[in-house]
Design a protein around this ligand. Structure first.
Ligand SMILES: [Zn+2]
Ligand SMILES: [Zn+2]
Length: 215
């Protein structure tokens, strides 16, 4: 599985192209992702099977409508994040920069544990706390995790935005992410990639989850 990163928009948000045998899955849609993904399709003679949104914040959905309409790609999001995608003006208060086109999701996900889209097999981990309906995608065979804005290299997601909760965020990280193998590579919604082991050992926000002598 080949992973390529696009970074764009006012918040330097990461979007990912993951590909198996010329079939791609897109994860998140920062501004400019549609044009980038369209060019990749032509270059690699690949086809995009779907766009999965980790959550509905403006910086992750900016190009969702364009990707759906111009590339004809179905859009998936969790039920609890779907209103932010369908009515992006809800978040105008914390996005004064940009008008976002609304997008009606093709598939609204519930908290299902395992899912598949063509040859992609993954677990959808429901990780609330940063945003209601935040999903992390885990590819167990590949030891890869797409973490949205839940966990970053050396940081964790904001919990002060509407629907956020520090307790929920920390419990999502502890119970859904830190239980994964140390070598699992994390591709976050902002910043560089990291691993579960690295964050377990070094991330200052996760000190409470380490044995006392390692803090
Ligand atoms: Zn976010
Ligand atoms: Zn973000």
């Amino acid at each position: 599985m080949n992973v390529e990163t696009y970074c764009g928009g006012m918040a330097d948000t990461n979007g990912y192209w993951i590909e198996n045998d010329r079939v791609a899955l897109l994860i998140d849609a920062p501004a400019g992702m549609g044009g980038w993904a369209g060019a990749r399709c032509r270059e690699r003679k690949a086809r995009v099977a779907g766009l999965l949104l980790t959550h509905g914040h403006w910086d992750h959905i900016a190009d969702a409508a364009a990707i759906q309409q111009e590339l004809g790609v179905p859009v998936w999001i969790h039920r609890e994040s779907a209103p932010l995608l369908e009515y992006p003006e809800i978040q105008a208060a914390f996005n004064p920069f940009q008008k976002i086109d609304p997008c009606k999701p093709d598939r609204v996900l519930e908290a299902e544990v395992r899912s598949r889209l063509e040859m992609f097999h993954f677990e959808l981990l429901l990780c609330p706390g940063h945003c209601p309906g935040s999903l992390c995608l885990h590819f167990p065979d590949e030891k890869k995790l797409f973490a949205g804005d839940v966990l970053f290299a050396g940081g964790v997601g904001r919990w002060d935005l509407p629907g956020g909760s520090k307790e929920e965020l920390m419990s999502s990280i502890a119970n859904k992410l830190l239980v994964l193998p140390d070598e699992t590579r994390i591709f976050p919604g902002h910043g560089p990639s990291t691993t579960v082991g690295e964050e377990r050992r070094m991330n200052p926000f996760l000190a409470a989850f380490r044995p006392p002598r390692q803090r």
